[in-house]
Design a protein around this ligand. Structure first.
Ligand SMILES: [Fe+2]
Ligand SMILES: [Fe+2]
Length: 260
């Protein structure tokens, strides 16, 4: 059952805890959170016995952000692997993907990001031979592990690294220390959204009242709004930021933001 995002798409912040309450007792649900003009971001949950639906998309890369439980992915010719909290998984265009919930649940949760016209009409053929996942570095690894990213860069500094970069999206994995802030800016040509994976962050958007988001929450800011993002937790924070490929930023001191 796909629920069309009550009360509205593209909310400033969608608290995942509210969705858990909203769907209490429902074994399997999906919830459309965002449409940004390029993507739709659909939160999907599945119990361990949810039937798989292997398929492929010939014309776009699909990716997932893992938000709860454990899910097994088999992508293209690659051996199956398990993904959990904060991991990013990509199925390049033309790569069959077979997704199975392996966590004990009740809710294995993933945010799927594909174009707004996404469909599942092409059922992929099974791989003829399974190959190990290739040794690679970000961006665009088939499986970018959250824990591996933190080990790779450590947790003593502010840092960011792109984990998805294709014709549609640039997704940055960002680690920020307590009290630190981004360099405030706005974007002229794309809506930006984030998934918080760790800590608590405060968004100060135009003249709106500031709001906060924590692990699993999704934040959406329409183009044209200045945004400042501050780490307000005592621990460091991690977020994924989804922008378009060009990712044009206009900082304070340049042109003021057109929206308030
Ligand atoms: Fe798909
Ligand atoms: Fe931004």
């Amino acid at each position: 059952m796909v629920i069309e995002a009550p009360p509205a798409l593209n909310q400033d912040v969608t608290h995942i805890a509210d969705l858990r309450v909203l769907h209490e007792g429902v074994p399997r649900w999906s919830h459309l959170l965002n449409k940004d003009g390029r993507n739709r971001a659909l939160l999907i949950t599945a119990p361990p016995d949810a039937p798989p639906d292997p398929h492929m998309h010939p014309d776009f890369n699909e990716f997932w952000i893992m938000l709860d439980g454990e899910t097994e992915y088999q992508i293209g010719q690659y051996e199956p692997f398990k993904a959990k909290w904060g991991d990013v998984v990509i199925a390049p265009s033309g790569y069959r993907h077979d997704i199975r919930s392996t966590g004990r649940g009740p809710w294995n949760m993933r945010l799927v990001v594909g174009p707004q016209w996404s469909n599942h009409d092409i059922k992929g053929i099974e791989p003829s031979k399974l190959l190990p996942l290739p040794e690679s570095e970000p961006a665009n690894m088939i499986h970018t592990s959250y824990e591996w990213m933190l080990e790779r860069h450590g947790t003593d500094t502010n840092w960011g690294e792109e984990v998805v970069l294709d014709q549609r999206n640039r997704v940055n994995f960002i680690h920020s220390l307590p009290g630190s802030s981004n360099n405030p800016h706005w974007h002229p040509d794309f809506d930006e959204w984030w998934v918080v994976l760790k800590g608590e962050l405060e968004w100060r958007v135009g003249k709106k009242a500031p709001f906060r988001a924590g692990p699993g929450d999704v934040v959406f800011v329409e183009k044209g709004y200045r945004h400042e993002i501050v780490t307000v937790s005592d621990e460091s924070a991690v977020r994924l930021a989804v922008t378009n490929r060009a990712g044009i930023h206009i900082y304070d001191g340049d042109e003021p933001a057109p929206k308030e």
